[in-house]
Structures are given as C-alpha cells and as structure tokens.
Ligand binder design. Structure first.
Ligand SMILES: [Zn+2]
Length: 587
C-alpha cells in the first residue's frame, strides 16, 4: 500500500471534517450531514460517508476524499494536505521533497513564520522587551496571556530576521515572506516590522501565517502594520483567533465578533473564549463562511466610533446574507470590549452578550430614538427606516416573520406591513435555480441517476440517437454510459469525478432544478423523455431517405437521387430551426 492509501485508511474522515464542519449523524447508515463549508446554504446538503470515506455536497458539487477536503478547506496543495494530516494524526511521513514549487515555497514561508514568532516572543521576554511589557501590563495583559497569544516584539534595528533568514532561504522565499523587504537603493534586505508589538496571526489549524504589528511609540505610523498578502496569508480568509475560539464557539453555539487584537486578548483572557476579530475591516464572505462552519449565531460588538459602526454595518450585512442570526451589542460610554471587561468583569460582559438584541430590534431601537413614537405617522416612519434591511432577507417566509416581529415591536399595524412587503416581494423573487438544459434532457438525466432499471431500459436507445451530440448534457450522458457499462451501479461522486468543471456545474444545476424524479417513477419518466427527444430525431426518416438515395444511385437514377438529397437538405434546415426554437423556449 502506498503512503497516500495508508494515510487515508488510518485517518477518520468524519473526525477530520468534523473539526471544520458541525456534522450530524443520520441514523446508523454511516452518513453524516452538515452545512456545506464551500457554499452558502440554510439546510444541509453536505454529506460525509464514514464507510466509503468520502464527502459530497449536493448543493455545490464539492466532493471527494479526506485529502481533497483538507486541500479545499485549507486551500493548500496535495502534498501539504498529506503532510498536515500525517502530522495531525501522528503518522510518520516518508522523507520526500514537496513536489511542486508552490508548496515548497509555502513550506519555506511557514518555517520562516515559525522562526519569526519564536524570535519576536523571545525579544519580548528578554531585556529589550521591558518597555513593551510595561505597555502590556498597563493594559492588564498578564504574562500568561503573553505566552498564550505568543505575543512578541520586533527588534528596532530591522536586521534581526534578515540576518537569520538570508543564509537559510532563497531570495525568492525572502521576497514572498512579507517579513523582510528588499532595499530600494543598495542590495540586501531589512525587516518589515521594527520596534513593534507583534501579534501572530494563525490559520485555522493553528500555524502562524502572518503578523499584526502595533506601534509602541507615539508618532510611529501606521499604528497597526499588518503582513501583506503572501502565498500563506490571504487576509480575506483569516479571522483572528478562530483556531483557539472554534471549540468554544461550537459549545456556546455563538461567536462574538470584535474589532481588534487587543479586544480578543482582553475578552478571551477574561474567559469569554468564543471570540474572534475581523481586524478592523468589514468581514468578507470567506471569513463569514469560515465562522459559519462552527455556528450560525453571532453577537457583533464593534467599537462605537463611526469607523467601527461602518465596518459593523457592512459586516452585519455580509452575515445576514449568509443567513446568520445576528445580534448587536453596543456598549455605553464608548467602551470597547476590552475596556468593558476590565471595568465590569467577564460575567457582566457575558450577561451583556446574552442579552444583546437581535439585529432588527437594534435597528428598530435606533428608529425609536429618531421618530416620534407617540403618533401613528412616527411609528410608520420608524418602520420604514428598518424596512430596507428587512427587504434584503432573501427567504420570503423569514422576511415576513421578521417584518411582523418588528412591526409588533414598533407598534405598527401588521396589515400595513403585509401590504408593504407583498409589494416589495414582487420585485424580489427568491433566486430561482436556472435550468440550464432543456426539460427532457434534465428529467431524463435525473431518472437515469436514480434508477438502475431506467438506465438498463433507456441507455441502449439513448446512445443510438443521432442528435445526442447536440445535447447540452451530452458529456454527462456519455460519462453515465461508460459508468453503466463498467459497473451498472452509478454513484453521483464517481459520475462527477469523470466530468470537466463546466459539466459538473451543469450536473448540479440539473440535480437541483425544480423538477424531482422519484425512483418509482424513473422508468416511466425516462421513457417519456426519450420519446420527446426522439421526436426531434432526424435519424429514422433520414436513414430511410439515405437508403433510397443509395438505391436510386445504384439504379443509375441520378435525377431521383438529387430530388431525395434536396429533401434531406430541407429536413436539415427544418430540424435546425425547430431545435433552436426548443432551445430558447426551454431556457
Ligand atoms: Zn456545497
């Protein structure tokens, strides 16, 4: 058995995926389901099969074995995934070089970051770190928290890392690291971070992939300097502290989103462990999805200043778009979470988190302050203030539920609300699945996927059709034919594995198009569709005509042969016209 197979057989896919996705066991079939980490969804279409050791999302089509999952979710190469799984499961990896240059580069960068984190941490704990330690003590960051968050200090000389790296790493690796910079004038490099308090940023598996550096002297600009985008660090993917917080997020069933490193450290150290930070900017949807794998409930607690409020507003929108249940905590007296915890204690903060109003209620509270709630007109105004946000809820039922709830909260007549939203709703039909292939092709494909009997009966006829090559779904059908030939059984994951990306997308679109085909009706549906496809078949008549032409030619009757050929041309044209007509009407 080669190493890959050996690794796969000793790693439990349910356990591995379970670290990234909340999985629920479905009976005793060995099947687990959860919300797909690769696309946005409300009801789980992501399944993991313990027995077959594969995963499949029937929503977006993602699927494969445990290595594929780790590659996709960590966005790393095959060899990196191999290494990561081996490490995590204590399996010795055979000594082999990373095979592709990209993983080799990332491997080197990973090593550089590990070295840098160690160097920074030692600086902070050493004699040069006295001033920085004083600053941290002033902000009540205890030594054990310095250790827990691996805080560090970058040396002011700007040569410390450069000296360590230059002899060990190539110029290409240096330049990609984001840790050192090339001198513009003379040759050589210097450290990017100089004289700053360093916050290591980890990926979800706990490896350092970047740093945030806070200025320690007033006047040092910018106040926060972060690692640039590197092959390791992609800002839009990373949430600060997620690797530490994820277990607590699952346990408490909600996450706390704050703005900065110090907020996280303050709140986390006080014992509120389900806390992550977006690092000052609005969330991206990749960050939101990373969170969603652990919980769909969140309390947003940004600084009350305007920049914070704007970032909060955009982040909240992103969270709502991903169907999060969002609550908003606004602390009084302009306190940020770190300061609040220090003043009032962790229990008080936890109480505030738990009592934080739902986003729509917090909006309604803002509206209450703005309008005269003693008058019907004022209450209606207040409602209209909240309405655009409600309007953006894509799910119709939920939109109505929230609208009614807010109306009730503001004392507005529900009937008015319904009117308001039935008008609005007309402009906002939910996202309809786009049928990408004509109906008979779609239904036939579905029937063939669910029923072996349908395949046995329909495939021999289908593959004989002359127009098959012009079908939108031809590649899927052909893959299905060869699987059917090989094994008779057709597994969705295997079928998909045989398709190019465009056809995979098409396949998922077909699977999730409105029309359902149950197994019990599959044979009938398949035969009906086949009949409809045959109606556009040129083959039977054409074949007869061609036979007649050959006969006429053999008999030397060229005039008759010409006449018959003319008929074929006519049929051809007619067929093209009617096909394009079906094509467009089925769009
Ligand atoms: Zn998916």
């Amino acid at each position: 058995m080669d190493f890959v197979e050996q690794l796969k057989s000793s790693v439990d896919i349910v356990k591995t995926i379970g670290e990234y996705v909340r999985l629920k066991r479905m009976g005793s079939t060995g099947r687990y389901t959860g919300l797909c980490p690769f696309h946005s969804e409300k009801t789980p279409s992501f399944s993991v099969h313990a027995g077959h050791q594969f995963y499949k999302c029937f929503g977006c089509g993602a699927g494969g074995d445990v290595l594929k999952f780790v590659m996709e979710i960590e966005r790393i190469s095959f060899f990196e995934a191999l290494k990561l799984l081996a490490e995590r499961n204590g399996i010795a990896m055979p000594k082999r070089e990373y095979s592709d240059p990209e993983s080799k580069l990332r491997g080197a960068l990973m090593e550089m970051h590990e070295i840098a984190a160690g160097v920074f941490h030692a600086n902070l704990n050493g004699p040069a770190g006295a001033e920085a330690r004083k600053y941290l003590a002033g902000r009540s960051v205890a030594p054990e928290h310095i250790a827990e968050f691996s805080l560090g200090l970058s040396e002011a000389s700007g040569q410390q890392l450069t000296r360590q790296f230059e002899s060990r790493f190539s110029p290409e690796q240096l330049e990609h690291s984001g840790l050192v910079m090339k001198r513009q004038d003379a040759g050589g490099y210097f450290d990017r971070f100089r004289g700053r308090l360093m916050f290591p940023i980890h990926n979800e598996s706990g490896k350092v992939i970047g740093f945030g550096g806070r200025a320690l002297r007033s006047g040092d600009e910018p106040k926060y300097l972060n690692s640039p985008e590197t092959p390791l660090y992609r800002k839009s993917y990373v949430l600060y502290n997620l690797h530490r917080a994820k277990d607590a997020i699952r346990k408490s069933e909600y996450a706390v989103l704050v703005e900065g490193y110090m907020d996280v450290i303050g709140v986390y150290s006080a014992g509120v462990r389900n806390v992550v930070a977006s690092c000052g900017t609005a969330l991206t949807n990749t960050q939101v999805r990373a969170l969603k794998r652990h919980s769909e409930r969140i309390v947003v607690n940004f600084d009350p200043d305007t920049a914070g409020a704007n970032a909060a507003e955009r982040s909240i929108q992103m969270l709502l778009d991903e169907n999060f249940q969002v609550r908003v905590l606004e602390l009084e007296q302009d306190l940020d979470p770190d300061e609040y915890v220090k003043q009032a204690g962790a229990d008080a903060y936890r109480g505030r988190l738990e009592a934080a109003p739902a986003y729509f209620h917090s909006l309604a509270d803002r509206a209450r302050k703005r309008f005269d709630m003693h008058t019907v007109e004022g209450r209606l105004q207040a409602f209209k203030f909240v309405a655009p946000a409600i309007q953006r809820i894509t799910d119709r039922l939920e939109r109505f539920a929230v609208a009614n709830d807010v109306a009730h909260y503001l004392g507005v007549d529900e009937k008015l609300v319904r009117e308001h939203f039935s008008k609005g709703a007309a402009h906002q039909p939910g996202p309809p699945p786009k049928p990408t292939a004509p109906l008979p092709e779609r239904l036939l494909l579905k029937a063939l996927l669910v029923s072996e009997e349908a395949r046995v009966q329909a495939i021999p006829q289908l593959r004989g059709l002359a127009a098959l090559d012009s079908y939108v779904t031809r590649n899927i059908f052909k893959a299905l034919f060869s699987m059917h030939e090989d094994t008779l059984s057709v597994r969705f994951a295997d079928l998909e594995g045989r398709l190019a990306e465009a056809d995979r997308d098409l396949l998922s679109a077909v699977i999730f198009a409105d029309d359902k085909v149950g197994e019990e009706k599959a044979v009938q549906v398949a035969m009906d569709c086949l009949g409809r496809l045959k109606a556009f078949e040129p083959q039977s008549e054409l074949a007869a005509l061609r036979e007649q032409i050959r006969a006429a030619e053999r008999a030397g009757n060229m005039q008759e042969a010409m006449r018959l050929s003319g008929l074929i041309t006519q049929m051809d044209q007619h067929r093209k016209r009617s096909r394009s007509a079906i094509g467009t009407s089925a769009e």
